[in-house]
Design a protein around this ligand. Structure first.
Ligand code: NAX
Length: 329
């Protein structure tokens, strides 16, 4: 039997992340290879010509799962009855722009799009914010869509999570699929805290904690953390453009696991509204270790937090509260 069609909105659809992302979604990698979809693609009016080209390529790719494509710059058309909302479009930081200005500009975009979610979307819509500053943009969208449950909002830290796994795999000479349960805490920014202290690797069929397998505390508490924190900047320095294909893959991983579930015993990182877990007070969108089942996200509880971790978790929490203040003012 064919599944009911799902409507997926992608904003910033003519941008570089979406150029990688849309094909992955259309092929079934995100929602399943048996899931028919209608794609809603939102852009600003000046980018509509470029978006036309993207649409031609979707047509020419002949994806059997794509039932229809709606390309628009109209919020009502874009947000009506959607099941999944991937917010990639955002105002980029320009030369000479203060962080405060960037936060303000984006706050106005995400206020408008939050209002559109409130007005036109299904109450069950799952929202993923990618456009930076992702956590705070997500908070703004959530604020302006009060009738959509808070647990339907998330921001992307899966790219950081994947980067952390890949760094450990590379260091140990194992496959990324052998690295489990790393955590990204906090903000998708350079204050994020990539934490492997609860993770493990499988080497020759044997489970070992990452800390024991790596056996180099100085690296784990030093270069490893800063490499993951600054990886986005390193990609920009090399490519002269920010991460795109790895961001698209992370978006697909995030939504896939949210909708279809995380494997038994495995957790991933998602930035979600804090519920007070691990002493992070409510009011910010904070990245936690989570599991997903039947579309419900649950924060992994009971992990031991030492002083080193506590300090790093507080630094990134403080930054999120400052961002919130700037954005809301
Ligand atoms: P691009 O500049 O290539 O594309 C952004 C697109 O968004 C443009 O086509 C623009 O016209 C459109 N846009 C702008 N305002 C819009 C609005 N109000 N409604 C709809 N569309 C709008 O950027 P790209 O490289 O695709 O990156 C997009 C965003 O993702 C940036 O904010 C970037 O910083 C952020 N990232 C977030 C990551 C994360 O892990 N959370 C990682 C990758 C990326 O850096």
């Amino acid at each position: 039997m064919t599944k009911p069609t799902m409507k997926v909105l992608v904003t910033g659809a003519a941008g570089q992340i979406c150029y990688s992302l849309i094909g992955m979604i259309a092929s079934g990698q995100m929602l399943g290879f048996d899931q028919p979809i209608i794609l809603h693609l939102l852009e600003v009016p000046v980018a509509m010509d470029a978006l036309k080209g993207v649409c031609m390529e979707i047509t020419d790719s002949a994806y059997p799962l794509v039932k229809k494509v709606v390309a628009t710059s109209d919020y009502q058309e874009a947000f009506t009855d959607i099941d999944v909302c991937i917010m990639v479009g955002a105002m980029p930081r320009k030369d000479g722009m203060e962080r405060k200005d960037l936060l303000e500009k984006n706050a106005s975009i995400f206020k408008g799009q939050g209002e559109a979610l409130e007005k036109y979307s299904k109450k069950s819509v799952k929202v993923l914010v990618v456009g930076n500053p992702a956590n705070t943009n997500c908070l703004i969208a959530k604020t302006y869509a009060p009738s959509i449950p808070a647990e339907n909002f998330s921001a992307l830290t899966r790219l950081d999570h994947n980067r952390a796994k890949a760094q450990v795999a590379d260091r140990l000479g194992v496959n990324v699929s052998d690295v489990h349960n790393v955590t990204i805490w906090g903000n998708h920014s350079s204050t994020q805290y990539p934490d492997v202290s609860h993770g493990y690797v499988t080497i020759n069929g044997e489970k070992k904690s990452i800390t024991e397998a790596v056996n180099d505390d100085a690296w784990l508490k030093g270069d490893f953390i800063s490499t993951v924190q600054k990886r986005g900047a390193a990609v920009i320095a090399a490519r002269k453009l920010s991460s795109a294909t790895s961001a698209a893959k992370a978006i697909v991983d995030h939504v896939h696991d949210w909708v279809l579930g995380t494997p038994e015993g495995e957790w991933v990182s998602m930035a979600i509204p804090s519920d007070g877990s691990y002493g992070i007070p409510e009011g910010v969108i904070y990245s936690f270790p989570v599991t997903c089942k039947d579309g419900v996200v649950t924060i992994v509880q009971g992990l031991k937090i030492d002083d080193f971790s506590r300090n790093k978790m507080e630094v990134t929490d403080k930054e999120l509260r400052e961002e919130k203040q700037l954005a809301l003012n």
